[in-house]
Design a protein around this ligand. Structure first.
Ligand code: 3SK
Length: 511
């Protein structure tokens, strides 16, 4: 089996090639070269070994974006240990659930999340050691360590992992359901860099990356670690929660060339009063997580002068496998398959649909799909089908060969017996100047028959005239697709990754 270690590929390779003095990572108070980042990550690897960790054991990482989190991930990979970055937005019991599920021996945690971690530990008896990035003492029930225990340990060189050795677990729950750990191998990290990173983004060593999506997401770890470090480029890390003014300030100071966001955040940027030249250093903005409505693409380009490249990936595929191409964006579509990946739209019987305009479920195969979910045999069989990965997204082929997302496969709704894509109705409503965000779901009318209902967040300072919005849809959509009711709400319920929680909205509109 071929030897390969992703941390060696991302760090030591550049040092060996004489590029150790290049800037790798920038935070508000520290800048590290490749040589310095590699040294620190090797020490963290040594720290994990000092704590008694063995290759293939898991370390859970619940930390804010920063050098500590980056070196925890890369240090674990060096040592053959499997880093499991998890959302910092979860409650203590939720963290406890994934901690227990992963059977991680060690938990690395930022001081901000120490209280959640204490609760989590009561549910995860197999976790014996906690490493805090700042505070020193923690709990009597586990051994607690400060960050220096890791970062000042004797360096450990890369363990001889294989291409197919486990490298990274990422928990995903989709928009519903219990979290499942998607298990990725070392070579998949190289695969996403050589496909999407190199052949779609065209990332180069003079790029500077900035991602609103945090390192604990599959999208964020690609944007802020794998892609920049694969080519000797640099990344700016921001620990704070993304808000338009904070991000605009960091963009002004770090001057990124590649900026990564999600549709909700692009919408928040457009609704804010940040200066129109904020993104003047950016050669390409990227969006994923949810389909980017054409109207947001147009508004962003006209106000900030930057093109947003919309793509779709999944935690199970590690990163983006379907994307527009720079300079050739077809707004309102997700573009075409990334080189190295094949996609199929299949009907309910599993037969591929070649016809234009006929919706079906998207399947993908490629070099970065996960082995499966940790300890989830039945669910893994449903999602990982031979070489193919079932995405759960509903897609349609356009006449120009691009694909358009119609929403989650199970979010499609029927009105008068005809399928309606919530996303099509949402795109129309977003064209209205009073509408900032919208989600369309099915709700039963007085006869118990499902009809489209729109939940709308008004633009700040505006009010929505719900009847006028229905008429606005009627003017441009087939009559059966128009929402039968529009409900104005202050905000839409979202997952940690910013995806709209339609199941929650469905419950709300039924009440
Ligand atoms: O949701 C997405 O589009 C995505 C993109 C890259 C990596 C992971 C995910 C979930």
């Amino acid at each position: 089996m071929a030897g390969f270690n992703a941390a060696d590929y991302l760090l030591d390779r550049h040092v060996r090639d004489g590029n150790g003095a290049r800037t790798a990572v920038v935070t508000a108070n520290r800048t590290l070269t490749y040589a310095e980042l590699a040294d620190e990550a090797h020490r963290v690897a040594g720290g994990f070994v000092r704590l008694g960790m063995r290759p293939e054991e898991r370390v859970m990482i619940c930390m804010v974006d920063g050098i500590e989190m980056l070196t925890a991930i890369l240090g674990a990979m060096y040592a053959g240990i499997v880093p499991v970055p998890v959302s910092t937005m979860v409650t203590g019991p939720e963290l406890g659930k994934v901690l227990a599920d992963s059977r991680a021996r060690v938990l690395c945690v930022s001081a901000e999340f120490a209280e959640s971690a204490k609760v989590a530990l009561t549910l995860a008896p197999e976790t014996t050691d906690v490493v805090l990035d700042r505070a020193e003492s923690f709990s009597d029930t586990v051994r607690s360590h400060d960050w220096a225990t890791l970062s000042t340990s004797d360096p450990v060189m890369a363990y001889e992992t294989w291409e197919d050795s486990p490298a990274l677990w990422l928990y995903t729950s989709g928009t519903t359901g219990t979290p499942k750990g998607a298990m990725h191998r070392h070579a998949s990290i190289r695969a996403v860099c050589e496909t999407y990173g190199s052949q779609v983004l065209g990332i180069r060593d003079d790029d500077r990356c900035f991602s609103v999506a945090k390192l604990f997401f599959a999208y964020g770890i690609g944007n802020s670690a794998f892609f920049p470090l694969s080519v000797g480029a640099s990344v700016a890390l921001e620990p704070g929660r993304p808000a338009p003014r904070l991000i605009a300030e960091r963009v002004r100071t770090t001057r990124p060339t590649l900026f990564f966001g999600v549709p909700t955040f692009y919408s928040a940027l457009l609704a804010s009063d940040i200066p129109d030249d904020t993104f003047s250093s950016v050669r390409q903005a990227v969006s994923a997580g949810e389909p980017l409505p054409a109207v947001l693409f147009e508004r962003f380009r006209s106000r900030f002068g930057v093109e947003i490249l919309d793509g779709i990936g999944s935690t199970e595929a590690l990163h983006i496998f379907l994307s527009n191409r720079p300079g050739e964006v077809v707004p309102g579509t997700t573009g075409t398959a990334v080189p190295g990946y094949d996609v199929e739209i299949r009907d309910v019987t599993g037969v591929p649909i070649e016809a234009v305009g006929e919706p079906g479920e998207l399947f993908v195969r490629g070099p970065s799909t996960a082995f499966g979910y940790w300890s989830r045999y039945e669910t893994s069989k449903q999602v990982f089908q031979g070489e193919w990965l079932r995405t759960g997204d509903s897609y349609v082929r356009n006449p120009d060969g691009t694909l358009t997302c119609l929403g989650r496969f199970n979010d499609m709704l029927k009105a008068g017996g005809i399928w309606v894509s919530p996303s099509e109705v949402e795109q129309r409503l977003l064209q209205h100047p009073d509408v900032a965000e919208v989600a369309v779901v099915a709700a039963p009318d007085e006869d118990g028959i499902d009809k489209p209902v729109a939940c709308v967040v008004p633009v700040a300072g505006h009010e929505v005239d719900t009847q006028a919005l229905i008429e606005f849809c009627r003017a441009d959509l087939a009559s059966f697709k128009r929402p039968r009711a529009v409900v104005a709400v202050a905000e839409l319920p979202k997952t940690a990754t910013g995806k709209i929680r339609r199941n929650v909205i469905r419950e709300q509109v039924r009440d």
